[in-house]
Design a protein around this ligand. Structure first.
Ligand SMILES: Nc1ncnc2c1ncn2[C@@H]1O[C@H](COP(=O)(O)OP(=O)(O)OP(=O)(O)O)[C@@H](O)[C@H]1O
Ligand SMILES: [Mg+2]
Length: 496
């Protein structure tokens, strides 16, 4: 087979559907963006910055909004030569403590992997200033004190003098020849306060090249800890960064922190732990409504698809699905992307509701798959029991009626079963995960409370997961269920 450009691709530019893409304009976030601006505005105004905690459920635009506003602020800052700010964005998704977060941030500088050009130019310079000769800190083994002192040492180095100013001097020296400076490194030139002649050469250089001397510039460092709930209760960094100046851990820069999370319990725990000295401002991102979702989807679809390659009706249709999924903009954008791929596979030239539906089904299935795979063995067998009763049209079912089946399955396959009380917890958890529907069927004293059912059962998928669960041959698929399922399939395929 030879490769040829697909004639039917609906995409004009599918990169705008990726998570990394930051739109030119954010729709439906006016209040939220204004609140974020208020905090960042303090930097432009050379004020004492607030710290903030941003909360909102998944897909409400927290990450994209903060990145967008920081971009804007960076552009605006170039008009002021008496403020300098460094932004450190750290996603804590795979980080489980403040200790690990501090290491990850220090390492991003040691490795020179920051993406801002000015950070790259001066990264050697910063590295020289840090009291470690390591190329990267190990992720375990160093005492916590050492890690935090390196972390704050790093923040304290992130001054105008060490970054922008340093590279401006370096560029000036390279551009023109200053015979007196020729044999000196930038560190020697900037760091040498003793030599009067050097100082006067420097002030000439400031004048000639229009460089602002460091004494006039106020330095801010903003540390953004995204998905900060992942660091759990080991969250010292959230409190230590705002206090670091008062505690004397830094003195050249003014640090502040922005924590972001979609975990409501975590938000509450932060609130109860913080006092007013932290100056912590809380910002809540609201769920998107259908109209806002439509605007976001329209904006993306226009850029992602060729003109005429999508049916306008998909906008409202996709927005309605995304709204049902908690007003999640990420889900909406993912549907566009998957629907485009479906259309292309089917060699359809126009993306329609049919493709969105296919995409939604596939995404829902992926989600169920992930959730079910993560269940423990007893929960999986409980699920097997409910599927079993569902096949026999015996659902909704109470815990009392379900228990014997679970008990039998668990004794057979795991050689032990949990007590009924424990099963109640599992059922509750699985309902919260959205795998089961739970209804209050309280029928008076002495009667059991809830009944459970499986909404829209994806038998095939669940049977597959059960069959491949753990290492035993046959997995966690009880024989009784396997037979019931085979009978069910046979009935389905029999002509009516
Ligand atoms: N107002 C908006 N305009 C355009 N695109 C948006 C808007 N809000 C969110 N998006 C897009 O939706 C996706 C999800 O947004 P984002 O990553 O900011 O969500 P989040 O609130 O950080 O979610 P999580 O809590 O899961 O991290 C991203 O692709 C983002 O670009
Ligand atoms: Mg996010």
């Amino acid at each position: 087979m030879t490769f040829e450009r697909s004639a039917t691709t609906p995409f004009a530019d599918d990169t705008v559907l990726s998570e990394a893409y930051i739109p030119n304009e954010l729709r439906g976030r006016d209040n939220e963006l204004n609140e974020v601006s208020e905090i960042l505005q303090q930097i432009i105004d050379r004020e004492e910055p607030f710290n903030s905690f941003i909360y909102g459920i998944s897909g409400t635009g927290k990450t994209v909004s903060i990145k967008y506003k920081i971009q804007q602020l960076q552009k605006a800052l170039s008009a002021y030569d008496d403020v300098h700010a460094t932004f450190i964005y750290q996603n804590c998704e795979s980080i489980n403590s403040s200790y690990q977060a501090a290491i990850a941030i220090v390492n991003s500088f040691l490795r020179g992997s920051r993406d801002r050009p000015e950070d790259r130019i001066t990264y050697d310079y910063l590295k020289n200033g840090l009291s470690t000769d390591k190329k990267a800190l190990p992720t375990a083994g160093l005492p916590a004190d050492r890690v935090y002192s390196l972390f704050f040492e790093l923040l304290d180095l992130l001054t105008y003098k060490n970054t922008v100013y340093c590279s401006a001097v370096q560029n000036a020296v390279e551009k023109k020849s200053y015979p007196d400076l020729e044999d000196l490194t930038v560190t020697d030139i900037i760091g040498n306060k003793q030599s009067d002649s050097l100082q006067s050469i420097l002030s000439n250089l400031h004048e000639q090249e229009g460089i602002t001397p460091p004494s006039e510039v106020r330095d801010y460092v903003v540390v953004v800890l995204d998905e900060v709930d992942r660091i759990g209760t080991r969250d010292e960094l959230l409190y230590e960064i705002p206090r670091s100046r008062a505690n004397g851990r830094v003195d050249s820069v003014t640090p502040s922190v922005i924590g972001i999370s979609n975990d409501i319990a975590y938000k509450e725990s932060i609130k109860s732990k913080t006092d007013s000295s932290l100056r912590l401002k809380e910002i809540t991102f609201k769920k998107y409504n259908v109209e806002e979702l439509q605007e976001i989807i329209t904006q993306r679809a226009e850029l992602a698809f060729k003109s005429g390659a999508y049916d306008e009706a998909i906008i409202g249709f996709t927005a309605a699905i995304a709204r049902k999924n908690g007003g999640d903009a990420r889900y909406a954008i993912a549907l566009l992307q998957k629907a485009g791929v479906k259309a292309k596979q089917l060699e359809d030239t126009v993306v329609t509701e049919t493709h969105i539906n296919l995409a939604d089904e596939e995404k829902r299935r992926d989600r169920v798959y992930e959730v079910v795979e993560d269940l423990n063995e007893h929960e999986k067998l409980l699920l097997a029991a409910i599927v079993y009763h569902n096949i026999h049209n015996e659902t909704p079912i109470s815990r009392t009626d379900l228990y014997p089946t679970y008990n039998q399955f668990a004794n057979q396959l795991l050689e032990s079963a949990n007590v009924s009380r424990r099963v109640a917890d599992y059922l509750k958890e699985m309902s919260q995960l959205g795998l089961l529907t739970r209804e209050n069927a309280y029928a008076g004293p002495g009667q059991s409370g809830f009944t459970y059912d499986i909404d829209r059962v994806d038998y095939e998928l669940m049977i597959k997961i059960l069959a491949s669960a753990n290492d035993r041959p046959g997995g966690l698929l009880p024989n009784k269920l396997k037979k019931a399922y085979e009978r069910f399939i046979n009935q389905q395929s029999r002509p009516q």
